[in-house]
Ligand binder design. Structure first.
Ligand code: HEC
Length: 302
């Protein structure tokens, strides 16, 4: 039951972030204003429900919710929701025109977009997927109801201000991918060359096939939550700097953790990652090979 667990870690972390931002001691400083150095650019949305856009690290636009609703025609859209595991109707804006307005037309010729959530979750979405399939930005549930998801296994997810929907009702392939590529709580969309934006995540040209496969797994399934040398998502801990997990964990336990953290530590906050289709143990070995390749060798002993 990976979706509810995934959403649970995100939800609880978001609740903490929200409490920090809104509580009496929060001084009105939004949580994303204070990430570790290099994690996120020094740009914060003007309001919690505005959507900001970055092109190669430079802010290109900020659209307030009212402007979004005025500029783009809201549709009622029915999709198979991967969290609720049911057909759900949303009020949503067509995503491509919103991206044109925020990023300029040039994004269509590029490779990757990053959807960044309030809590630092950073989902890369390939431009090719956006151009091949119909996608929307949900602003509410149908009838103007709040954008709250009710995962099948229980609990709720506050998916606002913006939640990416795909035309999944009749698309078996999309449905098989589960919630992968359905970022919620989106507050920022970035057009970025991943290699330039995050050089620390790049493998040297001499990388082995296993390391390259591991890089693809890492980008899709780990990077949304984890950073390497401060570059990547901010939900989970840093994995390489100053001392990498590949140096402080014994290899078999690292593999066991990545497979299912709860089997290694009671109360672990990382959900068992869904990982791509195919041999799960192979994917885990590949991702460890990748981590090994991008982690500097420690120069000091404990
Ligand atoms: C939904 C967010 C999320 C995803 C996706 C995720 N992690 Fe984590 N990860 C976490 C959190 C949160 C922790 C901290 C766990 C805790 O303290 O209980 C963590 C902890 C870890 C740790 C232990 C770090 C340490 O120093 O103790 C490793 C190693 C790790 N993750 C690797 C991975 C790998 C590899 C992937 C991809 C296959 C991955 N994680 C995917 C959220 C995530």
């Amino acid at each position: 039951m990976r979706e509810p667990r995934l959403s649970k870690v995100r939800r609880s972390l978001t609740a903490v972030a929200a409490a920090l931002a809104l509580g009496p001691l929060g001084c009105g400083k939004p949580p994303e204003a204070d990430p570790p150095a290099g994690l996120l650019p020094a740009v914060t949305p003007l309001a919690l429900d505005s959507l900001s856009f970055l092109v190669d690290g430079q802010q290109s636009a900020v659209l307030q919710r009212s402007a979004l609703l005025q500029r783009f025609a809201k549709e009622t859209v029915r999709v198979w929701d991967p969290f609720e595991q049911a057909e759900v109707a949303f009020e949503a804006l067509p995503l491509l025109p919103v991206l044109d307005a925020g990023l300029g037309q040039g994004w269509r010729q590029r490779k990757d977009l990053l959807f960044v959530a309030k809590d630092g979750y950073t989902a890369p979405l390939p431009v090719a997927r956006l151009l091949a399939r119909k996608a929307w930005l949900a602003v509410a549930k149908a009838g103007g109801q709040p954008l709250v998801l009710r995962p099948k296994a229980g609990g709720t997810i506050e998916a606002g201000p913006y939640y990416v929907l795909w035309d999944s009702l009749g698309d078996a392939e999309l449905r098989a991918e589960g919630d992968h590529g359905w970022p919620f709580q989106t507050v920022r969309i970035e057009l970025a060359d991943l290699a330039q934006r995050w050089p620390r995540l790049q493998l040297p040209p001499t990388a082995t096939a296993a390391e390259q496969r591991g890089a693809a797994v890492f980008t899709g399934w780990c990077l949304p939550c984890h950073a390497i040398g401060g570059q990547g998502g901010g939900v989970g801990p840093e994995l390489a700097d100053p001392i990498g997990v590949v140096h402080v964990w014994q290899r078999p336990w690292l593999a066991a953790w990545i497979d299912d953290p709860a089997k290694v530590r009671r109360g672990a906050k990382m959900p068992a990652p869904p990982l791509p289709a195919g041999d799960r143990h192979q994917h885990i070995a590949d991702v460890i090979a990748y981590l090994q390749a991008v982690t500097p060798t420690p120069t000091t002993a404990p």
